[in-house]
Design a protein around this ligand. Structure first.
Ligand code: CMP
Length: 143
């Protein structure tokens, strides 16, 4: 079954949005396969955002994502990668529809509350960056 990596960013943790965000994915029907509150080391942040290394905002991005704890999760389900992206809304909160996570809670493109993998390749890469295999739980879940 498809898996994706979702992370509540430091602004979302500070603003007590972890519960709401977890609840949205639970209520949608996805299955939680792993979760942890963590402080991202600099090297992990730079690797995670490696594709943005040449962008002018790279330093700001790494500084922000390491500025406080994040809540990292792995969610599982049919089409979870694309569906989670829809549930999060556009990267720029000003373009995100009401009803999406960023549309409801985000204000700036940097502090946009949540991150989610954008493709099967990035989902696999990001899950492996943030989680060891023994931190992921496999179990039956009834609908
Ligand atoms: P995310 O989905 O975590 O992946 C890359 C992040 O870069 C994105 O969310 C934004 O938060 C961030 N980002 C994109 N554009 C800018 C920008 N102009 N300034 C700061 N951060 C940005």
């Amino acid at each position: 079954m498809e898996k994706t990596f979702i992370m509540v960013k430091p602004d979302g943790v500070q603003r007590n949005l972890v519960g709401d965000i977890v609840s949205r994915f639970e209520k949608k029907g996805f299955k939680l396969a792993g979760a942890k509150l963590m402080q991202i080391p600099n090297a992990l942040a730079e690797e995670h955002y490696g594709e943005h290394k040449e962008k002018p905002f790279f330093g700001e991005l790494v500084e922000f994502i390491t500025s406080g704890p994040v809540f990292a999760m792995v969610w599982e389900g049919e089409n979870v990668i694309a569906t989670a992206r829809q549930m999060m809304g556009q990267t720029k909160p000003s373009e995100a529809m009401p009803g999406t996570i960023r549309g409801d809670f985000g204000l700036t493109v940097g502090k946009n509350v949540v991150h989610g993998s954008d493709s099967p390749d990035s989902a696999e890469r990001e899950i492996n960056l943030f989680f060891n295999q023994d931190e992921l739980v496999s179990y039956e879940k009834n609908d």
